[in-house]
Design a protein around this ligand. Structure first.
Ligand SMILES: Cc1cc2nc3c(=O)[nH]c(=O)nc-3n(C[C@H](O)[C@H](O)[C@H](O)COP(=O)(O)OP(=O)(O)OC[C@H]3O[C@@H](n4cnc5c(N)ncnc54)[C@H](O)[C@@H]3O)c2cc1C
Length: 349
C-alpha cells in the first residue's frame, strides 16, 4: 500500500463506543481516527465505494443512535500555524482536531484577539464553522478568513472563503445538502492585535463589565471579556461531565418584524433580540419556561432548572426518551405561541 493510501490510524472493524456529551449509548460499527492527512485517500476510496461516512469531533452537538453504521471518522488532526502577521492582525490556520476552548485560550495568550466571547464552547475547531458557533454577541464566521476542506465529490483539497461558507445564524454551507461531501481539515482565523481590538459587550450578560469599566475608569481587556464569559457560562450552563447535555437543544426562532409585533401584543413579556436585518430572534428558552417546562423531569430526561433551552440526560436515558421530550416541548410552544421550534444539534438518530 502506498503512503497516500495509508489507513487512518486504525480502530478498524472494531466496534467503538462514541463518547458524547449527552452520554447517549452509541457504538460505531467501524471507527477511524484521522490524525494524519495521508489517511484521506483511503477515506476517499470508502466514499467512492458508497460507504456511509460520518465525521465526529467532540460529539458535543450530536444526538446519536445506539448503532452508527458505516464508517465513522474521529477527527484528530492537530497543529496551529501562523500564516501572516502585521502590527494590526494575524492570520492563523488551526487544524480541525484541536480543542476549541484550548485554541481560544492559546489565541489570547499569544495576543491575538476576537474569540474571547466564544470561550468555553465544547468541541473541536473543525466543527466550529458547521453551525457557525455563536455566543455572547459573536459568531465564529465573523472571525474566519477561510476553511480548508477535503471534497469527497472530487477527491481534492479546496479552500473556501468565508463567503463560500454561507454563514448564518447556527447555519452554514456545511449543513446544506451541497456541503455533505466536505470534511473540514483546518480553519484559518483573522484575529486582531491589541491596537485594533474593540470589545463586543452588547449582550446583556456582558453589559455589567462595560458599566464597571466605565465607573472605575478602566479599559476592558480581552482577558476580562474571556473571564466574564467563562464565569457567566459556568453559572448558567450545566457541565456536560456532570449533567450530560448538548448546550441549547433548540434554535432561537427568527420572526419577521410584523410577526414579532403581533406576538408581542399578545405576550408583552416576550423576550427577543433585534437582528440587523429587521427580524427578531425570540428567546426559545423563555417560551419553553412559559409553557411550564423549566426544571421538569420526565423519566431519565429533563429540562435544566437554570436554563430551559438545555435538555439533560439524568441517568440512563435512551435517545428515544430525549426525542420524545423535545417533541412534547415543541408541541406546547407551537400550541401556545404559534412558533415552531427547530432542534439545534445534528440528529443522526
Ligand atoms: C455545554 C454546551 C454548551 C454549548 N454552547 C454552545 C454555544 O454557546 N454556541 C454554539 O454555537 N454551540 C454550543 N454548543 C454546541 C457545540 O459545542 C458546538 O456546536 C461545537 O462546535 C460542536 O463541536 P464538536 O467537535 O463536538 O462537533 P460534533 O458534535 O462532533 O459534530 C457536530 C457536526 O459537525 C460535523 N463535523 C465535526 N467535525 C467536522 C469536520 N472536521 N469536518 C466536517 N464535519 C465535521 C459532524 O459531522 C456533525 O455534523 C454547546 C454544547 C454544549 C455541550
Amino acid at each position: 500500500m502506498s503512503n497516500r493510501q495509508k489507513h487512518p490510524t486504525s480502530l478498524n472493524f472494531k466496534p467503538q463506543v462514541v463518547q458524547n456529551t449527552l452520554a447517549l449509548p452509541c457504538v460505531a460499527q467501524s471507527a477511524w481516527r484521522l490524525d494524519d492527512e495521508s489517511g484521506l485517500s483511503w477515506l476517499q476510496a470508502q466514499w467512492q465505494a458508497k460507504q456511509p461516512m460520518r465525521i465526529v469531533g467532540g460529539a458535543s452537538n450530536l444526538i446519536l443512535p445506539p448503532i452508527l453504521p458505516g464508517q465513522t471518522v474521529l477527527m484528530a488532526l492537530k497543529g496551529i500555524t501562523v500564516i501572516e502577521e502585521t502590527t494590526q492582525n494575524v492570520l492563523v490556520r488551526v487544524a480541525a482536531g484541536e480543542s476549541w476552548h484550548e485554541w481560544v485560550q492559546q489565541s489570547l495568550n499569544a495576543g491575538w484577539f476576537g474569540l474571547e466571547n466564544l470561550a468555553l464552547i465544547p468541541g473541536t475547531v473543525g466543527a466550529s464553522p458547521i453551525q457557525n458557533i455563536g455566543a455572547y454577541g459573536v459568531e465564529v464566521g465573523q472571525r474566519i478568513e477561510c476553511v480548508t476542506v477535503w471534497d469527497f465529490s472530487c477527491g481534492q483539497i479546496k479552500v473556501l472563503s468565508a463567503d463560500d461558507c454561507q454563514f448564518a445564524y447556527r447555519d452554514s454551507l456545511f449543513k446544506k445538502p451541497e456541503g455533505q461531501a466536505l470534511l473540514i481539515l483546518s480553519v484559518s482565523f483573522r484575529l486582531l492585535k491589541q491596537a485594533s481590538w474593540r470589545p463586543v459587550l452588547d449582550y446583556p450578560d456582558l453589559k455589567p463589565l462595560a458599566q464597571s469599566a466605565l465607573t472605575n475608569d478602566l479599559v476592558v481587556s480581552p482577558q476580562s471579556v474571556f473571564d466574564q464569559v467563562v464565569a457567566v457560562r459556568r453559572r448558567k450552563l450545566p457541565d456536560p461531565a456532570l449533567t450530560p447535555n448538548v448546550g441549547s437543544f433548540f434554535k432561537n426562532p427568527l420572526l419577521s418584524a410584523e410577526h414579532f409585533d403581533r406576538l408581542r401584543q399578545q405576550y408583552p413579556g416576550l423576550v427577543a433580540y433585534p437582528q440587523a436585518d429587521g427580524r427578531a430572534k425570540l428567546a426559545a428558552g423563555w417560551m419553553i419556561e412559559q409553557c411550564g417546562w423549566k426544571g421538569r423531569r420526565v423519566g431519565a430526561v429533563g429540562v435544566h432548572e437554570r436554563q430551559a433551552l438545555v435538555l439533560v440526560n439524568l441517568g440512563q436515558a435512551q435517545v428515544r426518551d430525549l426525542l420524545a421530550l423535545a417533541h412534547a416541548i415543541s408541541e406546547d410552544v407551537l400550541g401556545k405561541f404559534g412558533v415552531a421550534l427547530e432542534i439545534e444539534p445534528i440528529c443522526w438518530a
